[in-house]
Design a protein around this ligand. Structure first.
Ligand SMILES: Nc1ncnc2c1ncn2[C@@H]1O[C@H](COP(=O)(O)OP(=O)(O)OP(=O)(O)O)[C@@H](O)[C@H]1O
Length: 263
């Protein structure tokens, strides 16, 4: 892992701004995430959560501000460079090779992360290491029994698990998951949170999430994004009690849940 030794934060966003044309979508976002923290980014539709992830992962350039990974600036770098520095993200849209097996999908991601595709002789001599790492990840995401099943024939929840497996394949220390439980049943969601919790032990996690059960169950801290501004960044309890958050966002969501008898 690169970065400045002793950097206080795994990830820092410093007055990050992003405009599309004349419209400013991210309006001075500040977030500081300590190594090993799990942070959920919440906010109404269109608040800029996916945009923020695209800025952090290098898919979009910033209009102004700084992003630092372990103390080292990453804004302005290409997604693959940021990935090599230890930050990996998943996508809302599936990233799987549907006609490859579980094993083959993960091994592709492992090999890519090792850069072996560029050095073929090294690829051959180190294939065993890559295979071992692939087996490890398969067991972490609990898909050992689906080893030879094509990705297209997995259940939806298994496909999402495989995506998380691909995201962590390179051994990144900072993981960004965009709505990892979207489209899952309650039972699947519950199991999936446990899985995410297990495989991100010791890692720094940022997740975009709409499901408040997931947010309060998984996150050490919550960042509330409203109209491109982080209006609160605190523990779940503090965020729940924050009047500004209540007013801007959370109150209405919690009220809806209470009315529906969900706690
Ligand atoms: N490439 C782009 N060009 C122009 N506008 C964009 C672009 N990407 C996003 N936007 C706009 O930025 C705003 C924030 O979008 P974004 O997808 O980041 O929100 P979000 O909080 O992730 O929403 P949701 O919860 O619905 O996924 C929206 O108004 C969107 O239309």
């Amino acid at each position: 892992m690169s970065g400045k030794p002793g950097a206080p934060f795994a990830l820092e966003l410093d007055n990050v701004r992003k405009s599309f044309g004349k419209t400013e979508i991210i309006r001075g976002a500040n977030i500081q995430v300590k190594a090993g923290e799990r942070v959920a980014v919440i906010g109404p539709n269109g608040a800029g959560k996916s945009t923020l992830f695209n800025l952090i992962s290098g898919r979009f350039g910033l209009s102004s501000g700084e992003i630092r990974l372990h103390g080292e600036r990453i804004d302005g770098q290409k997604p693959y460079e940021i990935n090599r520095k230890g930050l990996a993200r998943s996508f809302q849209v599936s990233n799987l090779f549907v006609k490859l097996s579980v094993f083959e999908n993960i091994r592709c991601a492992v090999l890519w992360s090792l850069g072996y595709k560029y050095v073929f002789w090294k690829f051959l001599s180190n294939l065993r290491d890559a295979n071992e790492r692939t087996e490890q990840i398969m067991s972490m995401i609990k898909l050992e029994k689906k080893r030879d099943v094509l990705a297209m024939n997995l259940t939806y929840a298994e496909q999402r698990a495989l995506e998380v497996g691909l995201t962590i394949a390179g051994g990144a220390s900072v993981i960004l998951l965009d709505e990892p439980t979207a489209g899952m049943s309650n039972a699947e969601t519950h199991r999936f949170i446990e899985l995410i919790r297990e495989i991100t032990v010791g890692k720094t996690l940022l997740t975009v999430e709409h499901d408040m059960g997931v947010v309060f169950g998984l996150a050490d801290k919550i960042a509330v994004l409203v109209y491109g501004e982080v209006i609160a960044f605190d523990t779940p309890e503090a965020v729940r009690a924050n009047p500004r958050v209540q007013e801007a966002y959370l109150g209405s969501v919690l009220a809806e849940k209470q009315a529906a008898g969900v706690h």
